[in-house]
Design a protein around this ligand. Structure first.
Ligand SMILES: [Cu+2]
Length: 186
């Protein structure tokens, strides 16, 4: 943990030191450890069909059926290493008003009661459908994104191996299937 933070800080200093202009030779000279401290970005699309989707299959995720337009695929599982930095970039694809169709992405703790969390969330409209008395069950959360909007979060994958639920807490979406699993493999 601490080591990763130090590496992240070091690579930031190196980056600033380069003036951000990006001297390619310097970047290539960077050790693999520094490369690994860059967050992994996963671009997720939120659909009216109440599903998380991605544009293509890739390493570190598993996908299901095609969904929506543009050949999107349903995102089912994200596989991650303990302590890995992940950047979720969620974009809502919808023509509906935000009050009728918005999405968020919340990762819950290993022992969270996801169903109870989603039920409580429905009553938490004033807090963007995040139950404020259940903060201890949240590992990471984005804001709400209406049609055409993007919301993001970068978080550190928990150290404990296991299957962590993620979901959208907009009313009805969890029950509709807007959920998946972050598999932490030690
Ligand atoms: Cu949703």
């Amino acid at each position: 943990m601490k080591m990763l933070n130090i590496l992240a800080a070091l690579s930031l200093i190196l980056f600033i030191g380069c003036g951000g202009g990006g001297s390619e030779s310097n970047e290539q000279a960077g050790s693999t450890d520094q490369t690994r401290s860059e967050p992994r970005t996963i671009e997720v699309v939120g659909l009216d069909q109440m599903k998380f989707a991605v544009t293509a299959n890739s390493d570190g995720i598993t996908v299901g059926d095609k969904i929506g337009q543009d050949g999107l695929l349903q995102l089912e599982t994200i596989t991650a290493k303990p302590g890995e930095e992940i950047h979720i970039k969620l974009t809502t694809q919808s023509k509906l008003p935000a009050t009728a169709m918005s999405h968020n992405w919340l990762l819950l703790t290993l022992n969270a009661d996801t169903k109870a969390f989603a039920t409580a969330a429905m009553k938490a409209k004033d807090n963007d459908y995040v139950p404020s008395d259940m903060q201890d069950q949240i590992v990471a959360q984005t804001g709400l994104a209406g049609g055409g909007e993007t919301t993001e979060v970068t978080f550190t994958v928990p150290e404990e191996a296991g299957e962590y639920d993620y979901l959208c807490t907009f009313p009805g979406h969890f029950v509709g299937g807007m959920k998946g699993i972050l598999k932490v493999e030690g």
